[in-house]
Write a protein that binds this ligand. Sequence first.
Ligand SMILES: Nc1ncnc2c1ncn2[C@@H]1O[C@H](COP(=O)(O)OP(=O)(O)O)[C@@H](O)[C@H]1O
Ligand SMILES: [Mg+2]
Length: 205
Amino acid sequence: MKLSYPEGATPLDADECAGLLPKHITTQAELNQWEQMNILNGMRWAKRQKKQDILTIKFLCDLHKKMFSETWKWAGAFRSSNKNIGVPWEQIRSSFFNLLEDVKIQIQYRSYAEDEIAVRFHHRLVSIHPFCNGNGRHSRIMADLLAERLGQPVFSWGTHSLVESGTMRSAYLSALRRADTGEYTDLLQFSRHGMSSPHTLYQSN
Ligand SMILES: Nc1ncnc2c1ncn2[C@@H]1O[C@H](COP(=O)(O)OP(=O)(O)O)[C@@H](O)[C@H]1O
Ligand SMILES: [Mg+2]
């Protein structure tokens, strides 16, 4: 199967592609649909984990596994090669450790408003880019779960398809790039209200 990648996606190498479990899948559209079904099951699992601490490396990996275990053999396992985005692969575990400790401190000392803690968490998580694929979807769900634990509603990004190219994905990626420079306003705006400037709503894909 030839995979097509929207802007800002992480291409898979040949070994990773060989980890595709459903052998009947031959097109990108079929893969997207299959992944979506798998992810919904993962989200249902996450909703049931009310008593579990979500700010642990185990939970992060378990969630990825539940979201992709019917699709990719390497679901829930850290990548072991470098990508065009993310920390060098051997630093994933320590980066995670630091991120989780920082978030716990931010919550304890209320360093930022609840939404901002969750949005910063999303951005740092996807910047570490721990898995071969699915990092965007996994880290948006993690941010939703954290927002809920902090008493906030889930973000609105789950209601838009950010997986395929389109105006929403472009707006999301440009907000992430601003967050890369330490400026979180656009990503905060996007997480709750979609586009940061209303006129972009009328642009075609
Ligand atoms: N400049 C960037 N800074 C931080 N995160 C980025 C940047 N560009 C892309 N991303 C994130 O990487 C994700 C793509 O990684 P990928 O592992 O393919 O996730 P998915 O398969 O869920 O789309 C995007 O959805 C986005 O969340
Ligand atoms: Mg991807």
